[in-house]
Design a protein around this ligand. Structure first.
Ligand SMILES: [Zn+2]
Length: 334
């Protein structure tokens, strides 16, 4: 058995591909990046097609453009029959469309196109839902239905994207940031409605946390996976400090993390990670820490040189790879 994970370059968004199984391979795609990066999404579909496989599940975690843009562009020109099922909460938006002057147009349009193409869209994916796919078990952590319904009442989500990173914060050492850290929680309604789930396959547990709120993830983790460690975690909301408090990092108890972002991650998040894990590897789809003095000399001495923090780029067409019986995740050409 094996699990292959590709974290595609999705600009500021997410586009992650999980391929797993023995003789028969299962494929799950989580989000589709921005419209400008639609090529990454279509490239995955083409590879699946060439291998005579299918996309068992496409999870569109929430309605923000950096998660659905690539698929919306793709579906305009393709039949999508290769995609067996989609998880998407687009109908909550439809329900409220009449009363919001600037409804999240893209999500509404995408829902309509999928309906026209008779795609199998599941919009009832809530906390506690379970699914089996090709021997893997998926357990949904978030959202609860209330959060999905609230999104319907949302004005255009332009304001709900990534919060700007504080100027000059990279000049501070990780230790200074940790000591002076103040956490404020994410207040985005669309992120509150983000699907996040745990993928379990042959003893390995991978958590894909979308842009979900930390408080909701922690609560679900305690209820559904109490005392259970994760083997790999895609951190929520591109590593934003508003979604990644120390409590979340501790509760996930995982030394293999993914940050999907094309700009520097909030350094507060990294400070919390190095203080909550003994040793940690962060896999990134862009090398945002290079050439900008992101890590100080002190950081290098304390964490990077001692390999308490390993930060790696997942290059194009390379997969983070796990083999049966091994706890180490390696990068391998797929
Ligand atoms: Zn996002």
């Amino acid at each position: 058995m094996s699990i292959e994970l590709q974290v595609r370059k999705a600009a500021k968004g997410d586009c992650i591909w999980v391929r797993f199984g023995k003789e028969t391979k299962g494929n799950i795609i989580i989000d589709s990046g921005t419209a400008a990066k639609a090529k990454e999404f279509s490239d995955i579909i083409e590879t699946v097609r060439e291998r005579n496989e299918a996309v068992d599940l496409l999870v569109l975690t929430h309605i923000d453009d950096d998660h659905i843009g690539g698929f919306k562009k793709y579906i305009a020109k393709n039949d999508c029959k290769i995609i067996k099922e989609v998880w998407f909460h687009g109908s909550g938006v439809n329900a409220y469309e009449g009363i919001t002057p600037h409804s999240p147009k893209n999500a509404v349009q995408l829902s309509d196109i999928m309906k026209k193409k008779k795609m199998n869209v599941n919009n009832e994916v809530f906390k506690g839902c379970k699914r089996d796919i090709n021997g893997a078990k998926l357990t949904v952590l978030t959202p609860e239905i209330d959060a999905v319904l609230r999104v319907g009442a949302l004005l255009d989500d332009a304001a709900a994207g990534i919060k700007p990173h504080s100027e000059g914060i990279h000049n501070q050492d990780l230790d200074w940031l940790y000591e002076n850290d103040k956490y404020t929680r994410d207040d985005s309604l669309t992120n509150a409605a983000s699907i996040s789930f745990v993928f379990c396959y042959e003893g390995k547990r991978l958590a894909f946390l979308g842009d979900a709120h930390a408080e909701d993830i922690i609560k679900s983790k305690e209820e559904l996976f109490k005392g259970v460690n994760m083997d790999m975690v895609k951190l929520p909301h591109h590593g934003s400090s508003h979604n990644n408090p120390e409590e979340l990092i501790k509760c996930l108890a995982c030394g293999n993390l993914i940050i999907s972002a094309n700009q520097p991650a909030d350094k507060n998040t990294i400070a919390r990670i190095v203080h909550s894990t003994e040793k940690c590897t962060i896999y990134c789809n862009y090398t945002w820490w290079e050439g900008i003095g992101y890590f100080t000399e002190e950081d290098a001495k304390e964490y990077i040189d001692k390999e308490k923090l390993i930060i790696k780029e997942v290059e194009a067409k390379k997969a983070i790879f796990a083999d049966e019986g091994k706890d180490i995740w390696i990068l391998r050409k797929s």
